[in-house]
Design a protein around this ligand. Sequence first.
Ligand SMILES: Cc1cc2nc3c(=O)[nH]c(=O)nc-3n(C[C@H](O)[C@H](O)[C@H](O)COP(=O)(O)OP(=O)(O)OC[C@H]3O[C@@H](n4cnc5c(N)ncnc54)[C@H](O)[C@@H]3O)c2cc1C
Length: 637
Amino acid sequence: MELKANVPSGPIAQKWSKHRFDMKLVNPANKRKYSVIVVGSGLAGGAAAASMAELGYNVKCFCYQDSPRRAHSIAAQGGINASKNYQNDGDSVWRLFYDTVKGGDYRSREANVHRLAELSVNIIDQCVAQGVPFAREYGGTLANRSFGGALVSRTFYARGQTGQQLLLGAYQALMRQVGAGQVKMLSRHEMLEPILIDGRARGIVARDMVTGKLETHLADAVVLATGGYGNVFYLATYAKGCNGTAIWRAYKKGAAFANPCYTQIHPTCIPVHGEYQSKLTLMSESLRNDGRIWVPKKAGDNRPPHQIPEDERDYYLERKYPTYGNLAPRDISSRAAKQVCDEGRGVGPGGLGVYLDFADSIQRLGAAKIGEKYGNLFEMYERITDEDPYKVPMRIFPASHYTMGGLWVDYNLMSTIPGLLVGGEANFSDHGANRLGASALMQGLADGYFILPYTVGNYLASTKLDKVDESHPEARAAVAAVEERMRRLLSMKGQRTVTSFHRELGKIMWEHCGMGRNKAGLEQALQKIPALREEFWRNLNVPGSASDLNQSLEMAGRVADFLDLGELMCLDALEREESCGGHFREEYQTAEGEAVRDDERFCHVAAWEYAGEGKTPIRNVEPLVFEDVHLQTRSYK
Ligand SMILES: Cc1cc2nc3c(=O)[nH]c(=O)nc-3n(C[C@H](O)[C@H](O)[C@H](O)COP(=O)(O)OP(=O)(O)OC[C@H]3O[C@@H](n4cnc5c(N)ncnc54)[C@H](O)[C@@H]3O)c2cc1C
C-alpha cells in the first residue's frame, strides 16, 4: 500500500494558502450536479454537511441518534482552543502549532498541525457569527481559560457546556440547509458498509434502525465523521452509542487504520464505583485551572481529607512538574495518578482515586466565583457521588476518553480509498500520540467548516465518475454482506448477552492495553481476544429480529467490530517498542517513570492494511519529518 501524504511544498506557514490556490474548483453552477454523503452529524460531520450544502452540493447526512443534535460532541465540556492571543499572554499560531506537536510527543504530521493552528482563529469567528454564546469578560470581550500542555490561556468556553453550544451552532447551519432542501437528514440510520465501485467510495449501506430496512445510498464522494472508538474499553467517558463500526468496515474494504493503539486516558473522571456500571463521567480538565490534585504522602492513610494536614499531602503534579503543575498534559497526569495509586496512596473505595481539591481557590476567589465558572460540573459531580465538592475534595481517576488513532488520511483528509474522506475524531490526523485538551473540538470544526468543503471539491473536480445505481453488483454485494452478518448474529441463540462480551473485552483492553502496556501483557491480550471472539460467534444471544427496532442487534454488530479493532490495537501497541504520549510501554521508561521514545525506529505513523479474514494485517509506515519543531525529549518540568 502506498501512503502518499500529499503535503504541499513550500514553507510551512504558506502550505495551506498555496494548496487552496492549487486545488481545483468546481464551477458554482456544476456543484448542484454532485452529491456527497456525510456519515456523522457531530461537530465534524454537521459542520461539513452544512458547509458543503451552503456551497451548493447535494448532501445526505446520516446519524444513528434520533436527532443530529444528540451526536456525542454535545457532551464536550471544557472548551475549544484558538490562538487569538486575546489575553496578550504571548500566544500565536506558531505557539499553538508548537504546543500541539510537542503535546502529541512528536508523532503527528507537522503540516496538518500548522494548518489546524491557522484555522483555529477562523473557527472562533465563525462560531461567534453563528451566535455561539462563549463566556465573556465583564466588558464584553471573549473570555479564556487554560488547558493542559499550554502556558497561555487560549481556551474559549461556554461554562461546562462548550460542545453543546458549538453543536447547536453547527446544527442551526445544518437545519438551514435541510430547510433549503440542500441536505437530506437521515437520523436513526446506521451505516453498516461502504460501497466501493471501481475502487472508489460511491455510497453506503445503511439500516433504518426503526423499521430494520436496509437501504442503499449512492453519491460521488463519501465523508466519514463518525467519532472515536474509545468505547472499546467498555467503561469510558463516551456516550454509550459511540462505536467504531463505520471506520472498521471501511478498514476492511481497504482504508488504512493509523496508530490504533494511540488512545487517550483522561486523568479527571469520576472513579468506577461498581461491577455493573455501564459508563464513566468526565470531570472537565478545565477544573484543573483552579483545583489542586493531591494524595496522602503515606500509603494506606485512610483519614478523611480534611483530617490530613497540609504537610502530609503530596501535590504530586506540582512537585514533579513545577512549570506546568496541575496543567501537565493528560497522558502525563494520568500516568502520575496511576503511579501514586500503585504505591498504595490512592483514595476512596479500592484506593483507585486521587483528590481534586478546590479549597484554596474557594478561599481565594469565593464559592460564588468558582460556581460561576464550574457550577454545572460541580452539580453533576454531587448528583453522581452525593458529595458536595464545595466542601469535600472531588475524587477522580483516569478513564478512556479519546482516540488519537483512526483512519489514515492524507493532507486532503482522503483515506487510502479514493473518494472516502474522513474528518474529526474518526481520522488519525493532528494529535499524534497524545491530544491536548480542547483541541478535539478545534480539529473537528477545522475539518468540517474549513478543510473538507475544499478538498471534497478538489476531488470531484479532478475525477471522472460514471453514473451508478443500486443494481450495480458491488452495491448488491455490500447489501448481501450486511444481511449475512445480521443473519449470523441472530441465528446463534447462545447463552451470553452482548453486554457481557463487551464488558469482558473492556477488562482485557484496560488491563493490557490501557495506561500501561508491556510485551507479556499484550501477548496475553492477543491470546484472550481471539478466544473471546470465538465464543462470541458461538455463544451470543441476540433476541428479536432484523426487521424491527432491535438494540441488541445494533450492539452485537458494534461489539463484533470492537473485538477485531481491540485486537488490532494490541498488535499495534506490541509492535511499537517505545513509549510516546498515551502509548506507555512499561519497558521503555526513565528511572523517574517518564516515557522514552525511540525516534530512530519509530518516528513514523503505523498504518495497518487489512489482509483478509484470519490473516495478520500488514503494517505500513509513513515516515514523519520534523523540520520546524525539532525533535526533542518532551519535558513539562
Ligand atoms: C465527556 C467528554 C467531554 C469532552 N470535552 C471536550 C472539550 O471540552 N474540548 C474538546 O476539544 N474535546 C472534548 N471532548 C472530545 C470531543 O467531544 C470529541 O472528540 C468530538 O466531539 C468528536 O466529534 P466528531 O464530530 O468527530 O464525532 P461525534 O460527535 O462523536 O459524532 C459522531 C457522529 O457520527 C454518527 N455515527 C457514528 N457511527 C455511525 C454509523 N455507523 N452510521 C451512522 N452514523 C454514525 C453519530 O450518530 C454522530 O452523529 C470531550 C469528549 C468527551 C467524551
